[in-house]
Design a protein around this ligand. Structure first.
Ligand code: AMP
Ligand code: GLY
Length: 422
């Protein structure tokens, strides 16, 4: 089977490494990929956003399956464009990708399906939004309705902070169109975890759960990032709890999407809060997480490719999906300056030494090759250093041994990934 994988991060490197293990794979192309994915297949210089060019490439190169990594091409209609030319795509239609693209859409689906989620209201004018937060008091959460690259959510601890967020988003134009309408919701308290499943129609098959570490600094301090590390499984959220959460928070959503005539197909990523009253849905994403994919995919014991193919054909019930019970810890090494402007260009050393360590896999993200053929820093999150072991403690030791084998001028990472799960 000839596969086109879309994306260029650590997630896509992990997906590429998993796909090349499949006996069913005959060719793998990655658009645009990175130096890590280039070891697994052929990188193609097409941006992940360029839906038309991706489809043209897929037709010209007789691709059998398109596998999207990030959300942007899905929200832009990649799966729909594939369907128009009869090309199987292992991701949701634009209509179903609204589960990630619009906060108010998700909240409406949750309410219609009886899925527990924080009480909410949507506003299209700032004055009403401000009146509402004054009535409700703090803490309260203000969210831009549209896609805002992780910058659209403010968990306000005071009413003044909430008002400032509303003004920035709605009248300051801080987030462009994404902030023209806002969702305001109650603040949930508890441990936050991410649940992943392959879905097609009404079928959902558990992949596993992970805990992300979103803040740049140790002890969850400093600004939010795309994710500085992931641990699987999260403490107190094992397989039984994950299956129960699928029943509570994912399967009713799938039925509601079918009822609406816009069935969901793809990887669902449910972000949830483990509150005292039970799990409550924070958000859905319509793709694997990054770095959660790097933590979860190495645990896969079945073949990923037939599962993605079955998913693309809405026959998920025929593909066995199995995962080992091992623990996984993934530490992101970033470039100094991230999540602001990262310092680029430093030469990275020690990757092969880290990869040679037992249980350790290093996935590349913000890397490129310089004129001399050396691996250099080219983005904010540079590497995801991941390790498997029988316990979280051992996986953590292995992952940090990997991190310590790698050097470049300006490397930063958190030293506490995994602590919360112990
Ligand atoms: P989202 O983009 O909806 O995932 O929100 C980003 C982050 O904001 C989440 O990962 C949570 O840490 C936090 N957050 C979102 N909604 C809530 C909520 N209702 N209560 C508490 N924290 C929240
Ligand atoms: N790590 C969070 C995300 O991929 O959205």
């Amino acid at each position: 089977m000839r596969v086109l994988l879309v994306g260029s991060g650590g997630r896509e490197h992990a997906m590429a490494e998993t796909l090349v293990k499949s006996p069913a794979l005959s060719a793998l192309f990655i658009a645009p990929g990175n130096p890590g994915t280039a070891r697994c297949g052929v990188n193609v210089p097409i941006g992940a956003h360029d839906v038309a060019a991706l489809v043209t490439f897929a037709r010209e190169h007789e691709i059998d399956l398109v596998v999207p990594g990030p959300e942007a091409p899905l929200v832009a209609g990649l799966a729909d464009a594939c369907a128009l030319v009869g090309l199987p795509c292992a991701g949701p239609t634009q209509a179903a990708a609204q589960l990630e693209g619009s906060k108010s859409f998700t909240k409406e689906v949750c309410d219609a399906a009886g899925i527990p989620t924080a009480a909410w209201e949507r506003f299209t004018d700032a004055a009403s939004a401000i009146a509402y937060v004054r009535l409700k008091g703090a803490p309260i959460v203000v969210k831009a309705d549209g896609l805002a690259a992780g910058k659209g959510v403010v968990v306000a601890t005071t009413v003044a902070e909430a008002e400032a967020a509303i003004t920035d988003m709605m009248t300051g134009g801080a987030l462009g169109d994404a902030g023209r309408s806002v969702v305001i919701e109650d603040c949930l308290v508890g441990e936050e975890v991410s649940l992943f499943a392959f879905c097609a129609g009404e079928t959902a098959c558990l992949i596993g759960a992970a805990q992300d570490h979103k803040r740049i600094g140790n002890g969850d301090t400093g600004p939010n990032t795309g994710g500085m590390g992931a641990v699987s499984p999260p403490k107190g959220f094992g397989r039984a709890e994950q299956e129960a959460a699928l029943d509570l928070l994912v399967r009713p959503m799938l039925r509601e999407m079918v009822r609406r005539g816009t069935p969901f197909r793809g990887v669902i990523f449910a972000g949830l809060m483990l509150t005292e009253q039970g799990p409550s849905l924070i958000e859905y994403n319509v793709r694997f997480g990054d770095p959660e994919a790097e933590a979860l995919l190495p645990r896969l014991t079945s073949d990923l490719l037939p599962a993605l193919q079955a998913l693309a054909e809405d026959r998920l019930d025929v593909a066995p999906i199995t995962f080992s019970n091992q623990a996984s810890v993934c530490v992101v090494m970033a470039a100094r300056g991230y999540p602001g402007t990262p310092e680029k260009g430093a030469v990275i050393h020690g990757l092969d030494n880290a990869n040679a360590l037992e249980g350790v896999r290093v996935f590349q993200a913000g890397t490129t090759q310089n004129m001399a053929g050396e691996l250099v820093v080219s983005g904010g999150r540079v590497l995801a250093v991941c390790a498997l072991a029988d316990t979280v403690q051992d996986a953590q030791k292995r992952a940090y041994a990997g991190v310590n084998a790698i050097t470049w001028d300006g490397a930063v990472w958190r030293t506490d990934i995994g602590d919360r799960a112990l």
